[in-house]
Design a protein around this ligand. Structure first.
Ligand code: NOJ
Length: 563
């Protein structure tokens, strides 16, 4: 799979790439869900030393950076997104000193480290929330959160119709009769971003981690910090699914958020190189999404449009065009273009892409993977093809741990083992996100397939060993080998322009684009083989021979080199 063409760009090694202040513009970032990555102490929970011991694996994979989802102290009501101390490490995962060692080892390999910042809410066991409960209505301690009196003659009705993302009302009543707002679980009270103390606390928290050497931040639900709390509270029963285009929604994507992120940028720019940030927001991709990626704000925003698209050529073309255009209209310096196919919040793309487009992936998981039954080989083929397509796009790409192993979603976790609060708040009607968070298989056998010495915190299905790293390392046609080859070639080929040219629109089911240097990607969405266009095939997602005479099979992709 190696390239010998002398016209090809010389390989830019990771050391040189990581030395650029704007390394993140075309980086491949690997998302680590620390509790499910590697367990060093045999308690069934992944930890920082486990991750540290596996850095050589990530080095060999060829990524540029790791993003760690929350590893902070937490009662785990929402997988660690319910934080009780934003400036420490959960003792089950390690210590601050372990964190420092991890950063130091990652940096020695020229891998960057991004951490999650969760500014919208805390845990109910956070000292601030305990203090708020112990304090009177109207007190400064309550003002850190969003407490209100209820409606109805006795205040027995929630203050507004606002909904929780995890089901039910977004308000919870406390003993003295007031209600507090929680856009997620009841164990995640929303902070009041009109309180200057909260704003200052998070600026200092960014400095706390930046001083420890982190290179960037992933900002959780970046579009929901600022809220219109003027009375009477306005109706908003639709979550962030339909939003006005002028920033006037009471809860999401409000215009004043941009001032908050300008103040964060000032902190990032105190460092050399400036720290990077990527906003997480689940608004339907719109021209407003990329506002957060402006250079004087966060710089980058997750674009989830590919992740939301079914396996459909026209849909893929449409989302790529829309994202490139929206990005171009806001992120003037071209920094913020990103692509994502899987995260810890959605069913893995190796299963998702096998579903008929009429079936919502979350409904399929809630049916325990039974409605419909899917063809796993088809899903894996399409996932490989979609990944090659994503990695050939301009901008940066975010990978989720385990996708490099071709892991499918574990849709049949027994309901009594499910941990996601979504399942609990919906009485099991929505099964939630555990199926993509199952601990990784490192070996084909053992108590938890090499994840640790004991069974893992979420049950692993017996078939998981088939996907083990150990087995894939010795199989030249494995998902892991494909990802390694793709990342290595991408580093040689990736260039910094943020546009592409579409080709061969006349061939049914073919998605074909070209980058300015002559790198092309062709994906076959049809149900019959299509002949290869001119150019040197350099990587095929189904690992068939690279010869130019071999047509491209359905549900597969090829990279071509035609300078
Ligand atoms: C987005 C995170 O990705 C998700 O896992 C979490 O449940 C919510 N934000 C709440 O923090």
């Amino acid at each position: 799979m190696s390239l010998t063409d002398p016209d090809l760009h010389p390989q830019v090694d990771r050391q040189s790439r990581s030395a650029r202040a704007d390394w993140w513009r075309d980086a491949v970032v690997y998302q680590v869900y620390p509790r499910s990555f590697a367990d060093s102490d045999g308690d069934g929970i992944g930890d920082l030393q486990g991750l540290r011991s596996r850095l050589p694996y990530l080095d060999a994979l060829g990524i540029d950076a790791i993003w760690l989802t929350p590893f902070y102290p937490s009662p785990l009501a929402d997988g660690g997104y319910d934080i009780s101390d934003h400036r420490d490490v959960d003792p089950r995962l390690g210590t601050l000193s372990d964190f420092d060692q991890l950063v130091s080892d990652a940096h020695a390999l020229h891998l960057k480290v991004i951490v999650d910042i969760v500014p919208n809410h805390t845990s109910v066991v956070h000292p601030w929330f305990r203090e708020a409960l112990d304090s009177a209505p109207g007190s400064p301690a309550r003002d850190r959160y969003i407490f209100r009196n209820g409606r109805g003659p006795h205040g027995e009705l929630p203050p507004s119709d606002w909904k929780s993302h995890f089901g039910g009302s977004a308000w919870q009543r406390v003993e003295d009769g007031q209600w507090y707002l929680h856009l997620f679980d009841t164990a995640q009270p929303d902070l009041n971003w009109q309180n200057p103390g909260i704003r200052q606390y998070f600026l200092d928290t960014l400095r706390f981690w930046a001083d420890r050497g982190v290179d960037g931040f992933r900002v959780d639900v970046a579009h929901s910090l600022a809220k219109d709390l003027s009375e009477p509270l306005r109706s908003q029963p639709t979550l962030d699914r339909q939003l006005p285009m002028d920033g006037s929604d009471p809860l999401y994507d409000r215009n004043e958020l941009h001032d908050i992120y300008r103040s964060w940028r000032a902190v990032f720019d105190e460092y050399e190189p400036p720290r990077m940030a990527v906003a997480e927001l689940w608004t339907p991709t719109s021209s407003r999404t990329y506002l957060y990626a402006r250079p004087d704000e966060l710089g980058q925003v997750f674009d989830f449009s590919l992740l939301n698209a079914p396996w459909d050529r026209n849909r893929f073309v449409e989302v790529i065009n829309t994202s490139i255009a929206d990005h171009a209209s806001h992120a003037q310096d071209g920094g913020g273009l990103t692509w994502v196919l899987s995260t810890h919040d959605v069913p893995r793309h190796a299963s998702r892409l096998a579903l008929p487009s009429a079936v919502a992936p979350i409904d399929w998981v809630s049916s325990h993977g039974l409605q419909p039954l899917i063809d796993e080989d088809l899903g894996r083929r399409r996932a490989h093809a979609a990944t090659l397509m994503m990695l050939a796009l301009p901008g940066s790409a975010y990978l989720f741990q385990g996708e490099e192993l071709g892991l499918p979603e574990v849709a049949d976790i027994p309901i009594d083992a499910v941990q996601d609060p979504i399942a609990h708040r919906t009485g099991g009607a929505v099964k939630g996100r555990d199926g993509c968070r199952v601990p990784l298989p490192w070996q084909s056998d053992g108590a938890s397939f090499g994840f640790g010495e004991q069974q893992s915190w979420l049950p692993q299905p017996p078939w998981l060993g088939r996907y083990a790293v150990q087995a894939q390392l010795v199989d030249g046609r494995s998902s892991l080998q494909l990802y390694r080859a793709a990342l290595s070639l991408r580093h040689a080929l990736q260039t910094r322009e943020t546009h592409l040219v579409w080709l061969s629109q006349d061939v049914d089911g073919a998605l074909h684009f070209r980058r300015t240097n002559g790198w092309e990607c062709l994906v076959n969405f049809s149900n019959k083989p299509i002949p290869l266009p001119p150019g040197q095939p350099i990587l095929r997602s189904d690992c068939t021979p690279l010869g130019p005479g071999t047509p491209l099979n359905p549900d597969t992709a090829v990279w071509l080199w035609r300078p």
